[in-house]
Write a protein that binds this ligand. Sequence first.
Ligand SMILES: C[S@@+](CC[C@H](N)C(=O)[O-])C[C@H]1O[C@@H](n2cnc3c(N)ncnc32)[C@H](O)[C@@H]1O
Length: 229
Amino acid sequence: MRNGVAREESPRRVETNMLARSRGWYDSLSPWYDLLTAGQENALRAAAIKALALQPGERVLEVGFGTGRALVEISEAVAERGRVWGVDLSRGMARVAQRRLCSARRTSRIGLACGDALRLPLCAASMDALFLCFTLELLEAAEIPIALGECRRVLRRGGRMGLVCLSSEAGSAAVNSIYTWAHARWPRVLDCRPIRPRDWLAASAFEVSARRSVSLWGLGVEALVCRPL
Ligand SMILES: C[S@@+](CC[C@H](N)C(=O)[O-])C[C@H]1O[C@@H](n2cnc3c(N)ncnc32)[C@H](O)[C@@H]1O
């Protein structure tokens, strides 16, 4: 990564089977991901980025950037002087995102890295803002506080974080329950599940300053802006 924000990954890091499975799953999904997910998700992502009120010149990180749709919008918001970084586990996703950035002529202000949300390859207090969209709820319960701790670490004092997340506190309780059941039954295919994002944020000492809840075909989604306390 550029501008001195890279942090060395330990070569001796032991990768868990779960991590390898998740990476393999998103590698195989990457060519089709944009076809499988569109419509309402795009509008929600755009509104969540707008709610972050990004300013020209800011430094922003997206964790779990997928095919890079948000990266393009974020780079527009921070303009020429701003810088954007993305960290994603999947090399396949990173390839698709890189192609998108090339077509949008955005490669000069965006740096991508393949890495883990539990160990962000960035220096402490190096970012003005963070963005996570449909990523936190993929993690195991024990991993969520670690990932949020990493988000805190890389955010500067007074920085903010935008989070879009499947939520059991929005949408239809029946649809959320069916989805949670299906996730437990087929965890490899339905790897995410509705969580209670505000509880997780409070437990990691983040204060929510804006909240929007929507329903995607009955499934609850919350879009939150929060700040470390
Ligand atoms: C459901 S997709 C969402 C992608 C994108 N944010 C969007 O809204 O379209 C989740 C993304 O998170 C990535 N991911 C999964 N586990 C991760 C981890 N532990 N660290 C970093 N990225 C991860 C996947 O490779 C995938 O690209």
